[in-house]
Design a protein. Structure first.
Length: 148
């Protein structure tokens, strides 16, 4: 229940300082991949899909540890441990995509909505961490734009 509360209330999000948040981020990534499985299959056409999923998880962990390292250097270790929960709003991207398709809007906006949701959850915006997140989000949109 505390996890769901931290998804919508910024003060509850800032109080989460537990290492299990890394597991939540990995579950979220895999739920998004499952939600967009058909698009993911078309992107990695002709390759071994389980190997690509493992590679995607490793890339995501490297990205997350980079963000956590930057955050711990700039804002402290306690703040860095709660950072993986910023990826939790992305679990709603398949729902957002279905709703956007119903309204005949581009499904790629689902990732934008989740990104803005995660930005609003964060209390302090460190310019370096925010710029890395925006750069990674731009890279994600170049792939997702052709997906959907």
């Amino acid at each position: 229940m505390r996890i769901l509360k931290s998804l919508f209330v910024r003060d509850a999000f800032l109080k989460v300082e537990e290492p299990w948040s890394f597991l939540i981020a990995l579950i979220t990534l895999n739920m998004v991949v499952i939600g967009f499985w058909r698009n993911f299959q078309l992107t990695v056409l002709g390759t071994n899909l389980p190997v690509k999923c493992i590679e995607l998880n490793v890339l995501f962990l490297i990205y997350m540890f980079l963000l956590c390292g930057l955050t711990s250097l700039r804002l402290g270790v306690r703040r860095a441990v709660s950072l993986p929960l910023l990826f939790f709003p992305y679990i709603f991207t398949p729902v957002y995509a279905a709703a956007l398709a119903w309204f005949r809007l581009p499904k790629a906006l689902a990732f934008t909505i989740a990104f803005v949701h995660s930005i609003l959850l964060e209390g302090e915006h460190d310019p370096l961490v925010l710029s890395v997140r925006i750069f990674a989000y731009g890279g994600l949109l170049t792939v997702v734009r052709y997906w959907i």
